[in-house]
Each structure stands twice: as C-alpha cells, then as structure tokens.
Design a protein around this ligand. Structure first.
Ligand SMILES: Nc1nc2c(c(=O)[nH]1)N[C@H]1C(S)=C(S)[C@@H](COP(=O)(O)O)O[C@H]1N2
Ligand SMILES: [Mo]
Length: 387
C-alpha cells in the first residue's frame, strides 16, 4: 500500500534525523521553533485574546504546540459546575447497580489494577474557529474500564453505564408544564457495547503526573476518539442500569440538529454527541529565512487516515507530511507543510483531511444544514500576511 510505505519512509527519515526518543517512541520531527524561525501572525484572529477567561476555564493557544502532547498546565479546561475538590486519600470509585459485586475502589487499588498508557487527542464538541483551542493531546495513565467492570461482574440485564462526576449543581428540569429545581451531578452514559469494548479508560495521570484538579483529579473517564464531554472528570461513581440515561448533559445539551435529505425529503435529525468528526486545522505558520512552514492538527475517532492536504489561496491541494511521533490510533496527528515561494501580501491557507474510507473533511457549505454549532469539523481557512 502506498500510504503505508510513505509512512514508513517518513518514519525512517525522521528517525535518522532525530534519533530514537525514550521508550522507543519516535521523536518530534517538527521542533518547537528553530533558531531564527518566527511566527507569521494570523490576521483574522481577534486582538487581545484571553486564553484564561476564568479560573476554571483555559483555552489552549494552538500556535504553541511544541511536541506530541499538550503540557498539563496548558491543557484546555471547561466544565459545567466548576472544579470540585476531591480528597485523594478518602476517594473511592463506587461501582453500583447491575453488577455481581458492588465496589468502592481506592486510588491505590486502581493503581495496582494497572498502569496502561494511552495517547488520546480530544476536543470539546464546541471547539471551532477562530481559536480551535478547546483541543489537546494527552498521555494518560490508568486502567481500561473493562478491567474494573469485569472485576465487579456485569449482569446480563445491564444495558447502560452511567458515569457520575463529583461535581453537581442546581438544575431546572422541565417536564411538560412543570419545572423542578433539583441538585444534579454531572452524568454521562455509555451503552454496554461501548463500555465493555476495551477502549474506554479510567485515567489517574496525565503526562506522567497525577491528574490536576482542572483535568479531573483524582480520576476521569477517557473515551478515546469521542468528543470531550464523554470524558467525565472527578469520576466518583459508575452506575449500571437497564434504562437509557436521559440526564441534561446526556440527552439535551450535547446533541446536534441537522437536516438530512432522505429520498429527496429533508428529515430533521437530532443526534447525540459521540465520536469525533474527521477534522484538521492549521495551528501555526512560521517563517525561516525565505521559507515558510505550516503546522497543523488532525483529530478524529481513530479511523486510519489517507491524506492531509494544504491549499494556498486558489492553488491546488498539496500533500502535507504526517509527524511520526503522533502516529498512534487515538492520538491527535500533527502535520507539516513546506510553503515555498510565498509572495508578500495576504494569503489564505486551509487544510483538509481524508480518511482511509474516503471521507473528506467537509467545507462550511457542506455543513449548511447543521443548525446547532457543536461538531463543527469544517475546513478552516486561515489568513496570514507575508511581509
Ligand atoms: N465531571 C465533569 N466532567 C466533564 C465535564 C463536566 O462539566 N463535569 N465537562 C465535559 C466537557 S464538555 C469537556 S469538553 C471536557 C473538558 O475536559 P478538560 O477540562 O480536561 O479539557 O470535560 C468533560 N467532562
Ligand atoms: Mo465540551
């Protein structure tokens, strides 16, 4: 296969250049900023961006990508009820409901159950232009969810696995003409098939350090390849049940409203936010001497990729180079493109990714029938001025 051999050649090339990193992981083939390399500003970014709009909010400045993983202190953070404080020593993960043995598992017990590593890129389903900063790539350490569930023994009747965070708040719940104001925990659910698939992961560390409070200390769920909202932080309880869970952040806030034409008729579909939609964006453009370099990111659900291309103004699509250091199923994937012969003036740069099944990243026009703003994976043209 052509792609495979291109990938292997790339891998070889970068190994020859960079040497082997720790643990045999190929090193970053695109260094931070080389000496003399300068950032070419995006002219369509708002001025004075506030990347930390609140103590419990942080947006990642994607122009600062300097390796395969996002540093913990730059990792974006967002949530609905602020950051709860959880005491690690007295913490117990409860497993309740349709299991043979309900559990209350301490952090030490979890650590003894395993310390698998998982590279997983993720983005909030609300991540979009102009910043694209609700995205990042983590090296998570923890235990596959299946291992914990197997140890509790899942009953045959179990269909729905609900994950509760320690965070909670008052919610007004509407039912027909009635309104109830009730204290709710943040909750999300997975089907039996997904929960026991082997992919979801209970993480107690990020980039080799215990989770920070921002990222869900002491424990969070990671559903690799799914949008951020599935990755329940401050995970305190897994409740196994038969009925579908219809909590606010499961059934109402995180959905997409989109028109789909079936047999010539538009059907309005409301769907749940689940796996990530195929996306790429340009993270930065730099200048080194007379040459320019474009670096960007691909996020998707783990489906293998066929190509990433970059287009300058109205020129042809040109193939970008994938970085071997991020060539893992669920990792975000970084790419670079050497932009030669850039002329002074304003230019528009855009990237698009195509996966192995031939799915091409959509344009804004392709997504016209999507009414709600979540899951915006459209191609994102960036403007730069070359002096
Ligand atoms: N307990 C809890 N987990 C949560 C949320 C929340 O409000 N509470 N927000 C979700 C959303 S919408 C996103 S995008 C991610 C953000 O994770 P991060 O702060 O580690 O980037 O957490 C998810 N997990
Ligand atoms: Mo999110």
């Amino acid at each position: 296969m052509k792609n495979e051999s291109t990938r292997r050649n790339l891998l070889k090339g970068s190994l020859a250049l960079a040497g082997l990193g720790l643990l045999g992981i190929p090193e970053w083939a695109l260094p931070v900023l080389a000496q003399g390399e300068t950032l070419v500003p995006f002219t369509d970014l708002p001025e004075n961006i506030n990347f930390t709009p609140a103590v419990d909010r942080r947006v990642f400045d994607v122009r600062k990508i300097d390796g395969p993983f996002t540093p913990s202190d730059q990792f974006f953070t967002t949530q609905h009820y602020g950051h709860p404080v959880v005491d690690g020593a007295s913490f117990r993960l409860k497993v309740s409901g349709l299991v043979d043995q309900p559990k209350a598992i301490s952090l030490d017990e979890l650590r003894r159950m395993g310390s698998t590593e998982l590279a997983a890129g993720f983005e909030c389903s609300g991540n979009r232009r102009p910043l694209q900063g609700l995205s990042g790539n983590g090296r998570w350490t923890g235990v596959p969810l299946k291992k914990v569930l197997d140890s509790a023994g899942v009953k045959d009747a179990a269909r729905e696995f609900v994950f509760f965070g320690a965070d909670h708040g008052e919610e007004e719940i509407e039912w027909r003409a009635q309104k109830f104001t009730l204290d709710q925990q943040f909750g999300r659910s997975l089907t039996r098939e997904k929960a026991l698939s082997g992919d979801p992961f209970l993480a107690y560390a990020l980039n080799g350090e215990p989770l920070t409070r921002h990222q869900g200390f002491p424990l969070r769920l990671i559903v690799p390849g799914w949008y951020g909202v599935a990755n329940v932080k401050w995970l305190s309880q897994i409740h196994v049940q038969e009925d579908a869970y219809l909590g606010k952040y499961q059934a109402r806030w995180y959905r997409t409203l989109k028109g789909e034409t079936i047999d010539g008729e538009v059907k309005w579909k409301e769907t749940a936010i689940t796996h990530m939609q195929l996306k790429s964006f340009i993270a930065r453009v730099t200048r080194d001497g007379n040459g320019h370099k474009v670096v960007g990111v691909v996020l998707n659900d783990g489906t293998p990729l066929r190509s990433v291309e970059v287009r300058v103004d109205d020129g042809p699509w040109q193939r970008a180079t994938m970085d071997p250091a991020t060539n893992k199923k669920f990792s975000w994937k970084l790419f670079s493109y050497a932009w030669n012969g850039a002329t002074p003036g304003e230019h528009t740069l855009v990237s698009r990714v195509t996966d192995a099944n031939g799915n091409v990243q959509p344009t804004t026009e392709d997504l016209e029938s999507k009414k709600s703003f979540l899951e915006d994976n459209s191609q994102h043209p960036r403007k730069v001025r070359v002096s």
